[in-house]
Design a protein around this ligand. Structure first.
Ligand code: SF4
Ligand code: SF4
Length: 166
């Protein structure tokens, strides 16, 4: 079986095709008891990422920005041997919520082989994306819907979920 190669357009088109189903499904699971929902999502997350290699995708790094917290900025600046203020000046801006995010996409640390130049020191938001194994998942329903337009792993989880909740 050949490895699928993902790109922003095919990912967005796939999400658009299933947007009504995905919305309904997420509304349905939001009514589950929170602990049960967390366990179900944790299992789905592990299952899906065991099958999907992010190096064939990198769409999150290509099209969205993580939030850079001060600890992230300090850690990455140290790795790049520059001052935090320089990292901010070169790569970051403040968004409408007052958070530091990338000035532009794709992420400047994304390399041509889809690897991350600062992988071991990447922002926490990159480590936890797409947040599908987070506790209190019921609070992340809207975010997960939005992430169907970015992340093929989230799309796969929702397809599997359809059979689980039937
Ligand atoms: S987390 Fe999702 S969008 Fe990011 S590289 Fe992995 S599959 Fe792609
Ligand atoms: S820091 Fe690394 S993991 Fe995070 S968006 Fe940039 S390339 Fe992707």
């Amino acid at each position: 079986m050949s490895t699928p190669v993902y790109n922003p357009t095919t990912i967005r088109d796939a999400a658009n095709l299933r947007k009504k189903q995905n919305r309904a499904l997420l509304n349905q699971i939001a009514r589950k008891p929170p602990a049960q929902l967390d366990n179900m999502m944790q299992e789905l997350h592990e299952d899906t990422f065991a099958e999907l290699d992010c190096l064939t995708c990198a769409n999150c790094c290509r099209t969205t920005s993580p939030i850079f917290q001060s600890k992230d900025i300090d850690r990455i600046a140290k790795r790049l041997r520059i001052r935090p203020v320089q990292l901010i000046e070169n790569y970051l801006r403040i968004d409408e919520d007052g958070d530091y995010v990338l000035k532009s996409s794709p992420c400047p640390f994304l390399q041509s082989d889809n690897r991350c130049e600062v992988y071991d020191d990447r922002p926490t938001a990159c480590r936890t994306y797409p947040h599908t194994d987070r506790k209190k998942f019921h609070q992340l329903i809207e975010l997960t819907y939005k992430n169907t337009f970015v992340c093929p792993a989230v799309q796969k989880m929702l397809v599997k979920l359809e059979f689980i909740v039937k």
